[in-house]
Design a binder for this molecule. Structure first.
Ligand code: NAD
Length: 358
C-alpha cells in the first residue's frame, strides 16, 4: 500500500539525535505544530490521525496538506486499531511517541460521552499496550490537561495540587489517563511524561474554542456570550501560545529517559513525570474580547451570562516552575501578540487576508 511506502520513506529519516517520533493526533491543532517543528529540526516523524468530525474536517485536511508539503506523512487510522499500530512499529522502530490524539472539549461530552472513553481511555490503553510490547520500547510524552485541577480553587495550580474533583467528563478522562500512565510506568517500565496544557491558542487553532469562535462571530456581527461566575466573579484563562507549547513538548521529548522494559518485561525503574505547560498570566475572558475588538477594529456585541454548570471552571493559572527547571520551559508570548498572529492567520485562511489587522 501507498502508506507503507511513505512510512518506510519517513523511517529512513534520522536526526543527529536519532529520534524517530510517532505523533498521534497529527492533523490536530497541537499535533500539526509539533510535527512541523520536529521535522524542521530534522527528526524522523510519522503522524496518525482518524480525521474525526468533532470539528470541521476540512481544517484537518488543510493542516495535513501543510504537513505533507514539509515532508510529514499522516496515516489515516484510529489509535484503537491495534493491528495498525503494531504494523507502524514493525516498519519504524520509533524511539518516541508524542501522544496528542484525544477527544477534546468539555461541552461535547453531553452529546457524545462515548467518544471521550473511546479516544482518551481505550485508545490510550491500546497505544500503551503496543508500546509496552515492542522492543525497544519508545519513551512516551502525552497531553494531559489543566482541566485535571477541576474545582480546585487554590491558584496558581502546581503539579502537587489536588486533582480529585474533575468538573467534566473530559477532565475525568484526562485524569484517568494520568492514572493509567502511572500503572504502565510501574508495571512495564515505560518512560512517560504528561503535559498539562493550559488553554492553547494560535494559528490553525480549534474552531470549538472561545477565541476562535469569538473572532468568527465578531466578524459576522453576531452576539457573543461572555460568561461570568455565579458570584459575579470573572472567568479567566491562562491562555498559552502554541509556539510556547511546542517548545515545551520538544523539551519533554529531549529530556525523556529511555523506557526500561523489554518485550513487556520491566528491567528497572523508569521515568514518570507530569508538568504544567501554561503562561502564568491568566486573562479575563472579557479582556480577551477587548483585544479581539482592537485587532479586528469591530465592536463586539456582548451578552453577559452566568457560567452554567457545564464543565467550565472559573479560572486557570499555571505554576510552571517545575517545567522551567526540568524542561527549560519559558513562555514568551503575551496574549495580544499571540492573538495578533492568530487573527492574521484567520483572516488569511477564511477571507484571503482582505481585512486589516492593527
Ligand atoms: P485537536 O482536536 O485539534 O487534535 C486531536 C486530534 O486527534 C484530532 O485531529 C483528531 O482527529 C485526532 N483523534 C481524536 N481521536 C482519535 C483517535 N481515536 N484515533 C486517532 N486520532 C484521533 O485538539 P488539540 O487542541 O490539538 O489537542 C491536542 C491534545 O492536547 C489533546 O490530547 C487535548 O486533550 C490536549 N489539550 C489541548 C488543549 C488546548 O487548549 N488545545 C488544552 C489541554 C489539553
Amino acid at each position: 500500500p501507498v502508506w507503507e511506502k511513505r512510512v518506510r520513506a519517513s523511517a529512513r529519516v534520522r536526526s543527529r539525535n536519532g529520534f524517530a517520533v510517532l505523533v498521534t493526533g497529527a492533523a490536530g491543532f497541537v499535533g500539526t505544530h509539533v510535527s512541523a517543528a520536529l521535522k524542521r529540526r530534522g527528526d524522523g516523524v510519522l503522524g496518525i490521525d482518524n480525521f474525526n468530525e468533532y470539528y470541521d474536517p476540512s481544517l484537518k485536511r488543510a493542516r495535513q496538506l501543510l504537513l505533507e508539503r514539509t515532508g510529514v506523512y499522516i496515516v489515516e487510522g484510529d489509535i484503537n486499531d491495534e493491528a495498525l499500530l503494531r504494523k507502524l512499529f514493525e516498519v519504524v522502530p520509533f524511539t518516541h511517541v508524542m501522544h496528542l490524539a484525544a477527544q477534546a472539549g468539555v461541552r461535547y461530552a453531553m452529546e457524545n460521552p462515548g467518544s471521550y472513553v473511546h479516544s482518551n481511555i481505550a485508545g490510550f490503553v491500546n497505544l500503551l499496550e503496543v508500546c509496552k510490547s515492542v522492543n525497544p520500547q519508545p519513551a512516551i510524552v502525552w497531553a494531559s490537561s489543566s482541566s485535571v485541577y477541576g474545582l480546585n480553587t487554590k491558584v496558581p495550580f502546581s503539579e502537587r495540587d489536588r486533582t480529585d474533583q474533575p468538573a467534566s467528563l473530559y477532565a475525568a478522562t484526562k485524569k484517568a489517563g494520568e492514572e493509567i500512565a502511572h500503572t504502565y510506568n510501574h508495571i512495564y517500565g515505560l518512560s512517560l511524561t504528561g503535559l498539562r496544557f493550559f488553554t492553547v491558542y494560535g494559528p490553525w487553532g480549534r474552531p470549538d474554542m472561545a477565541y476562535f469562535f469569538f473572532t468568527r462571530d465578531i466578524l459576522k456581527g453576531k452576539v457573543i456570550p461572555i460568561f461570568e461566575a455565579a458570584n459575579h466573579g470573572t472567568v479567566a484563562r491562562d491562555f498559552t501560545y502554541i509556539d510556547d507549547i511546542v517548545r515545551g513538548c520538544l523539551g519533554a521529548l529531549d529530556t525523556a529517559e529511555k523506557s526500561t522494559g523489554s518485550g513487556g518485561k520491566k528491567r528497572g525503574p523508569a521515568q514518570l513525570r507530569v508538568f504544567n505547560l501554561g503562561n502564568t498570566s491568566p486573562v479575563p475572558v472579557s479582556d480577551l474580547v477587548g483585544i479581539l475588538e482592537r485587532l479586528l477594529k469591530i465592536k463586539a456585541k456582548r451578552n453577559i451570562m452566568k457560567l452554567p454548570r457545564n464543565g467550565d471552571v472559573q479560572f486557570t493559572h499555571a505554576n510552571i516552575s517545575y517545567a522551567q527547571r526540568e524542561l527549560g520551559y519559558k513562555p514568551t508570548t503575551d496574549l495580544h501578540s499571540g492573538l495578533k498572529k492568530f487573527v492574521r492567520w484567520y483572516l488569511n485562511y477564511y477571507s484571503g487576508g482582505k481585512k486589516a489587522v492593527e
